[in-house]
Design a protein around this ligand. Structure first.
Ligand SMILES: Nc1ncnc2c1ncn2[C@@H]1O[C@H](COP(=O)(O)OP(=O)(O)O)[C@@H](O)[C@H]1O
Ligand SMILES: N[C@@H](CC(=O)OP(=O)(O)O)C(=O)O
Length: 451
């Protein structure tokens, strides 16, 4: 059995729905579908998830919701019209959307999560309605029905282990199961979503929970490329890569597959095939265990992400001081802030943060507490930090890869603020300024793939 996840661009309108239905019906093994919310139909279109965030915000402010409500419903209605659905067919979608502001939520964070989740929840319901209308045996399965239980972090949840016991008890026949991505229910019964792009995570959880043979992940590109196609012109496609290569590359910017989604697939040792909804006949990219890949290239890909900020601290004899890092981490703990990396020298330390959890007030207050607790000689907040990740199983046994990574940066006069090689020796991480990140990716890509 295959679990098939379709991204937002694959479910953005009626014609895209039709392609998805053709893909699902072309192979009887494709039994479980994971839906995203309708995504962008053209470059400056707005994703339904973003419209729902706006709907939540105006609800919280007690402002008029009519405009944004109409915009959201129009997206589902247009898909319904394409398949000649009647007003009655669409009534459950309209009603659920309309009732969102009148439901009870523990707080505004849970309200936001519940609104966001309805992008995928309503799209899955709509897909089931359309399939039934076309005479295809299919049903909507809610995460509540199957028991997808997540942590109490309304907008950044993680799956809880009991989910897999619940999945083991789930029974089904030969109907297609239409399952919404992006959210689960907390033990207290509240909706909580994964982080943005998290429908990929749902797919991986369902793959593991139902012990599928393959996770097919359909998106809008022919394959995963060795570099982001928005940065490098016509980059090479990667036919096959390992789970850990994908995890490192998606962490650092290959948004085509969510970095956390790899974990349930690894736990179940289930291969992932990333494919294009618009060209399903192409092989796409296979993501598999390490034992199934024999690298022929030194590097598999190079990614960059601008979502970071860094705090640089300098104090002489830092290496001799007992408890310096402990005091620093206590300040972060007090603000509920996690850090991503902490490279250090003998007298200095850089702490790299994911900016999504920070705002200006937190940064200000946190830096001031760090000054008071540690009295550094220098404290510098770098708001425009970028991480470049060069990844390849082929680097493990290759001496000198670092020379080829650094040389193109030197040629372009790009300052490198940090270099870190992971213990697995399959990745090298570099810190740069955001303004240099694209050039760094282009330089490293050309050095390894265009020479
Ligand atoms: N290395 C890469 N290979 C392929 N696509 C990439 C890569 N890096 C970033 N992307 C981007 O990821 C996009 C697909 O991811 P996403 O928008 O999340 O799709 P979906 O809505 O189908 O889940 C592509 O359109 C592409 O712009
Ligand atoms: N719709 C959600 C979750 C998601 O995974 O979407 P997509 O599959 O379009 O990346 C988001 O926009 O974050």
């Amino acid at each position: 059995m295959k679990v098939v996840k379709f991204g937002g661009s694959s479910l953005a309108d009626g014609p895209q729905f039709q392609k998805v239905i053709d893909i699902m019906t072309a192979d009887a093994d494709r039994q479980v579908m994971i839906t995203s919310a309708p995504g962008k139909r053209f470059d400056d279109d707005i994703k339904v998830t973003d419209l729902l965030i706006k709907y939540a915000e105006v609800t919280i402010k007690n402002s008029d919701t009519a405009d944004v409500f109409d915009q959201i419903f129009a997206r589902y209605e247009a898909i319904g019209d394409f398949f000649n659905l009647t007003e009655d067919d669409l009534a459950p979608i309209w009603m659920t959307l309309n009732e969102l502001p009148t439901q009870d939520y523990p707080d505004d964070n849970y309200l936001m999560a519940a609104f966001k989740a309805h992008g995928e929840r309503l799209n899955a319901r709509l897909m089931a309605i359309v399939l039934n209308k076309l005479g295809i045996n299919a049903r909507f399965v809610d995460p509540k029905e199957i028991g997808l239980v997540v942590s109490d972090e309304p907008n950044n949840a993680s799956v809880l282990p009991e989910t897999y016991d619940n999945f083991a008890k789930f029974t089904y026949g030969d109907e297609k199961l239409i399952f919404p991505g992006f959210f689960g229910f907390t033990e207290a019964g509240q909706i909580a979503t994964f982080s943005r792009g998290g429908s990929d995570i749902t797919g991986a959880i369902v793959v593991r929970g139902l012990k599928a043979d393959l996770y097919e992940n359909f998106t809008d590109v022919d394959a995963i490329y060795a570099a982001n196609p928005k940065i490098v012109d016509h980059p090479l496609a990667i036919p096959k890569m390992t789970y850990r290569e994908m995890r490192e590359l998606s962490y650092a910017g290959f948004s085509v597959f969510h970095d956390e989604a790899i974990i349930p697939a690894i736990e179940g040792q289930i291969p992932i095939n990333v494919k294009n909804t618009n060209r399903p006949e192409l092989p796409g990219t296979l993501i598999v265990p390490e034992t199934q890949v024999h690298p022929t290239q030194t590097i598999t890909g190079v990614a960059s992400s601008n979502r970071f900020a860094a705090l640089y601290l300098h104090r002489y004899l830092l290496n001799k001081e007992v408890g310096f890092t402990l005091k620093l981490l206590q300040v972060l703990y007090a603000y509920g802030v996690s850090y991503e990396h902490m490279p250090s020298g003998i007298d200095d330390l850089t702490i790299i943060f994911d900016k999504s959890q920070l705002n200006d007030d937190t940064i200000h207050a946190m830096c001031s507490d760090i000054e008071d607790a540690l009295h550094p000689d220098t404290l510098e907040w770098i708001d425009d930090y970028a991480i470049i990740m060069v990844v390849g199983e082929g680097m493990r046994n290759k001496v000198g890869a670092i020379e080829h990574i650094v040389a193109p940066l030197v040629q372009r006069e790009i300052g490198v603020h940090m270099i870190n090689q992971g213990a697995s020796r399959i990745s090298i991480m570099l810190g740069t300024r955001q303004a240099d990140a694209d050039e760094a990716v282009k330089g490293i890509y050309n050095e390894f793939f265009n020479k």
